[in-house]
Design a protein around this ligand. Structure first.
Ligand code: SF4
Length: 108
């Protein structure tokens, strides 16, 4: 009887462990899907204009070399994404290749 209980408990613990291990992957997939659905910020958006947002950081005259949304602390898109949310533009996405005057180097 005890062996049956131990085996059953072991299987349950294995399933819980696998579930916990996969949770970040599922969250990442959901975040990617969510980010892909957000409308892109346009350069004629009032906030974008105020922050000199551009979809191409290489054309931003005030940008530090190699600074772009993808390596900005405020960019919320997953690594390698083409676009993603930015904390300054709630409900919208910015291009990973973009840039604005609030660019802050990613620390993590
Ligand atoms: S704050 Fe950062 S991520 Fe947001 S638009 Fe500006 S440079 Fe891009």
């Amino acid at each position: 009887m005890k062996n049956t209980f131990d085996a059953s408990r072991r299987r349950l613990l294995q399933k819980v462990s696998v579930g916990l291990a996969l949770t970040p992957l599922a969250a990442g997939a959901l975040r990617s899907a969510w980010a892909a659905d957000l409308p892109l910020v346009t350069t004629d958006d009032p906030t974008a204009k105020a922050l000199k947002y551009t979809t191409d950081a290489t054309k931003a005259t005030d940008a530090k070399p190699n600074s772009k949304c993808a390596n900005c602390q405020l960019y919320q898109g997953p690594a390698g994404s083409a676009q993603g949310p930015c904390l300054l533009f709630p409900g919208k996405a910015v291009k990973a290749s973009g840039w604005c005057a609030s660019w802050t180097a990613k620390t993590t």
